[in-house]
Design a protein around this ligand. Structure first.
Ligand code: C2O
Ligand code: CU
Ligand code: CU
Length: 420
C-alpha cells in the first residue's frame, strides 16, 4: 500500500519465548517477534502511519527515542498509554538527520522492567546525508545492528526482574547481543559498519577488539560526525549510539576477531573470503548547521543528584502533571547539566532529551570528547562534572528529559519541558 510519500507499519508488543540458552526457553517480550523486534527503517520526508498494538498483559507505551516527533502522544512518553488489547495509530513525518535511533517502552514507572523483558528495537532514519561517502550500507551484510544488553539468567533460564532489582539499575553477568547469547557474525566484506546501541538498563560498555584493531566512528546518536574519529576503545553509556566502520584488510579467511567489553567477549567475527575494498572514508562527513546561542539567553541549569532511591532532578522527583520548564520553538539555549555524585564512587548519569537533537558544547568547560561533535540526544555526565549542551526544539510538545539508567528514570530522575 506504499505510495511515494506514505508508509504504513504495524507494531505489536507481545509476549513470547526465546531459545537463549540450552534447555528451557526464556520468557521474553518483543515487538512483533519473541524478543526485541525487527529493525524499523524510516525515510525522512515520508508520511509514516504506525499502528501500535498492545497484546501484553499490562499497559505500555511506544517511545521513539531519537525521533523528532511532536510529543507526547506521538513521542510515546508516559502520557501515551496503550492499554492491553488496545490498538491505535499515530502518524508523523520526520525532518532530521539520518541516524540510528530506537524504540522502547516508556510507561511510568515500569520502563525498566519492560525493557528488561525484551522490548526494544532499532530504528534507522534514512536521509541523503551519507550519499557519496562510501559507508557500508547493505543491511545485514555489511551494515549491522548491534544492540548491547546484559541479563541475569536464573537456573531455569528465566529473567526475574523483581529478584534482581537494583534501584541503581539492574545488571546481569551475561551479555545478550541482538537478543542472543554468544553471537557469531560471518564477515563476507572487507569493511563492515556496526550500528551500536547501548540498550542496557544500566551498563556502560568499554568496547575494544582483539589485537586492538582500530576502527573509525562515523556517527553518534543523532547524525554523522563532522569528521571520522579513529580509535581503539569506545565507551558508550545507556541509550547512546555509535556507528563504527571496521576494516578487516589485515585478516584472511578463517581468522576470528572478537569484540570485548573490558575482558568479556561480546561478539565473534568470523572472517570469510572477501574482495578487496579500496574506498576511504572522507575527512568531512557532515556539516552542522546550528545557529549560535544568543548571549542574552539565560543558561538553563539542571542538577542530577543522588543514587538509588534518592535520585532526583533539580531536587525533585518526576510528576506527570507537573511541567517543569518551557522553551520557545527555535530558541537555541545552553543547558548546563551537573552530576553532583562523588567523583570517586559516584555513577555516570546518561542525560537524555526527547524529541530533538542537541550539541555537546563542553565538559567542565573543556572540549567534549572527539566523538561527541555530531548531534546527540543522550550524553553521559560523569560524577562531579557539568556538561553544557545546546538544545533547541523545532516541534511543539511536551518532552521529557531524564537519566537513562532506566531505574533512575523510573525512580523519578526525570522532568518535562513544554516547547511552544
Ligand atoms: Cu530512551 Cu525517555 O527515553
Ligand atoms: Cu527518548
Ligand atoms: Cu542516573
Amino acid at each position: 500500500k506504499e505510495t511515494a510519500t506514505d508508509a504504513w507499519y504495524t507494531l505489536t508488543a507481545q509476549a513470547g519465548e526465546t531459545q537463549m540458552l540450552p534447555g528451557a526457553k526464556t520468557k521474553t517480550w518483543g515487538y512483533g517477534t519473541s524478543v526485541l523486534g525487527q529493525t524499523i527503517v524510516y525515510q525522512v520526508g515520508k508520511h509514516n502511519h504506525v499502528t501500535l498494538q498492545n497484546q501484553l498483559p499490562e499497559l505500555t507505551t511506544f517511545h521513539w527515542h531519537g525521533l523528532g516527533v511532536t510529543g507526547p502522544y506521538v513521542d510515546g512518553g508516559c502520557h501515551a498509554p496503550v492499554y492491553p488489547g488496545e490498538s491505535k495509530t499515530i502518524d508523523f513525518t520526520l525532518n532530521q538527520p539520518g541516524a540510528t535511533t530506537w524504540l522502547h517502552p516508556h510507561p511510568c514507572p515500569s520502563t525498566a522492567e519492560q525493557v528488561w523483558r525484551g522490548l526494544a528495537a532499532m530504528v534507522i532514519v534514512k536521509d541523503d546525508s551519507e550519499n557519496g561517502l562510501n559507508l557500508p550500507h547493505d543491511y545485514g551484510v555489511d551494515d549491522i545492528p548491534v544492540i548491547l544488553q546484559d541479563r541475569f539468567f536464573e537456573d531455569d533460564n528465566q529473567w526475574d526482574y523483581r529478584k534482581r532489582y537494583d534501584p541503581d539499575g539492574i545488571q546481569g553477568p551475561t551479555p545478550v547481543i541482538n537478543g542472543t547469547v554468544n553471537p557469531v557474525f560471518d564477515v563476507t566484506t572487507q569493511k563492515i559498519r556496526l550500528r551500536i546501541l547501548d540498550g542496557a538498563n544500566r551498563r556502560e560498555w568499554r568496547l575494544h577488539f582483539s589485537d586492538d584493531l582500530p576502527f573509525v566512528q562515523v556517527a553518534g546518536d543523532s547524525s554523522l560526525l563532522p569528521h571520522p574519529v579513529t580509535m581503539t576503545h569506545l565507551m558508550i553509556t545507556c541509550a547512546e549510539r555509535a556507528e563504527i566502520v571496521l576494516d578487516f584488510k589485515d585478516y584472511q579467511a578463517d581468522d576470528t576477531v572478537t569484540l570485548f567489553t573490558d575482558d568479556t567477549p561480546l561478539i565473534q567475527f568470523k572472517i570469510h573470503e572477501f574482495s578487496a575494498n579500496h574506498t576511504t572514508i572522507p575527512e568531512r562527513l557532515y556539516t552542522i548547521h546550528t545557529p549560535e546561542v544568543d548571549s542574552n539567553t539565560a543558561i538553563r541549569k539542571i542538577v542530577m543528584s543522588g543514587m538509588d532511591e534518592m535520585v532526583m532532578l533539580d531536587g525533585k522527583k518526576f510528576e506527570m502533571e507537573r511541567i517543569d520548564a518551557t522553551q520557545p520553538i527555535g530558541l537555541e539555549q545552553y543547558w548546563d547539566i551537573t552530576n553532583t555524585n562523588d567523583m570517586k564512587d559516584g555513577m555516570v548519569h546518561p542525560f537524555h532529551v526527547h524529541g530533538t537533537e542537541f550539541l555537546v558544547i563542553s565538559r567542565n568547560g573543556k572540549a567534549p570528547y572527539p566523538n561527541e561533535h555530531g548531534y546527540k540526544d543522550t550524553v553521559g555526565v560523569n560524577p562531579g562534572e557539568t556538561v553544557r549542551i545546546q538544545v533547541r526544539f523545532y516541534l511543539p510538545g511536551l518532552y521529557m528529559y531524564h537519566c537513562h539508567i532506566l531505574e533512575h528514570e523510573d525512580g523519578g530522575m526525570m522532568a518535562q519541558i513544554q516547547s511552544f
